[in-house]
Write a protein that binds this ligand. Structure first.
Ligand SMILES: [Zn+2]
Ligand SMILES: [Zn+2]
Length: 303
């Protein structure tokens, strides 16, 4: 099994001469199992180029069967979807998976993004057959030869982490999430960070602990973890309510789960290539016991 990074950035695409090496497109990762299953995680702007490549193969002839796992529907994880070429080819099938929410179905959420006046072609009008599967936290299911499991992450309006396993190889995708210590992020808009000394209530602390235990359990036995490390630790301390981690938090989860390879992912949009280099070097010095990589657009890793 291999994974390929098509977009590694958080929040907003940032093309330009300061992001050339790591890349400026938003979140999109392809998992390539040993068979021809087409499995994609997140549809940030990186999915546009992936779509072009898929059109060179079976998706260009119609008959492509694409599975797209969405961590959550914030813009940086879906904004490439209207530009995904296989959607516009008859006889392709696209199945979109994401956590179901009580107040609004997944198809309504995604269709709203391409409704007039936001985009000229409604998702309903694309030629491919598009279907939606709403997931519950902790669910497992198969996609081709892969087993997929999901768990809840600590992010505003809730995100899902995904574990993809084929045989004895497994990869875990954890984006976006805050650590599980300071703020429980659910469906409330939290505009200010907690004041110094503020702690989660016992109820919130219990939920956070459970979420963290479930995540560590799902990471256990994986070969690689791809983790949202948008923040440095000082940045996290200023904005714990934004729902993102620093490398130190990812290292902690990787160690507790016994996973030896960690990929820093969802780089902050204002981060230059040199700054990502520095963050990577610092993470490596903090955790010489782990193999740490910074996600790079178009790079492939053997799992
Ligand atoms: Zn994000
Ligand atoms: Zn998000």
């Amino acid at each position: 099994m291999r994974i390929k990074f098509w977009g590694v950035r958080g929040s907003i695409p940032v093309p330009g001469n300061t992001t050339i090496r790591y890349g400026g497109n938003t979140s999109c990762v392809q998992v390539l199992p040993s068979d021809d299953t087409i499995l994609i995680i997140d549809a940030g702007t990186g999915i546009r180029k992936l779509g072009k490549e898929l059109m060179q193969g079976v998706c260009g002839r119609g008959g492509g069967d694409i599975h797209l796992l969405i961590s959550h529907t914030h813009w940086d994880h879906i904004q490439g979807l209207p530009f995904f070429a296989p959607s516009y080819r008859e006889s392709n099938r696209l199945t979109v998976y994401a956590r179901g929410r009580e107040d609004c179905h997944l198809d309504v959420v995604l269709k709203s993004a391409t409704t007039d006046p936001y985009f000229p072609i409604p998702l309903d009008a694309v030629q491919a057959e598009v279907s939606f599967r709403e997931l519950t936290e902790g669910e497992s299911f198969d996609i081709g030869v892969c087993q997929v499991q999901c768990t809840r992450l600590n992010h505003p309006w809730i995100a899902l982490g995904y574990r993809i396993q084929e045989g004895d190889k497994a990869v875990m995708y954890v984006s976006d999430t805050a650590p599980f210590s300071d703020v429980l992020l659910e469906h409330d808009f939290i505009s200010e960070p907690p004041k110094p000394g503020d702690r989660p209530t016992p109820d919130q602390a219990e939920k956070l602990q459970q979420m963290e235990e479930d995540l560590v359990a799902l990471c256990r036995g994986c070969d690689i973890i791809v983790f949202d490390t948008m923040f440095t630790e000082p940045e996290y301390r200023q904005r714990p309510h934004w729902g993102h981690s620093a490398p130190v938090h990812a290292i902690d989860i990787a160690r507790r789960a016994g996973v030896g390879r960690l990929v820093l992912f969802h780089h902050a949009p204002n981060r230059t290539d040199e700054q990502v280099d520095e963050i990577l070097a610092e993470a490596r010095s903090l955790a010489p016991d782990l193999e740490i990589i910074a996600a790079t657009e178009m790079a492939e890793l053997e799992v």
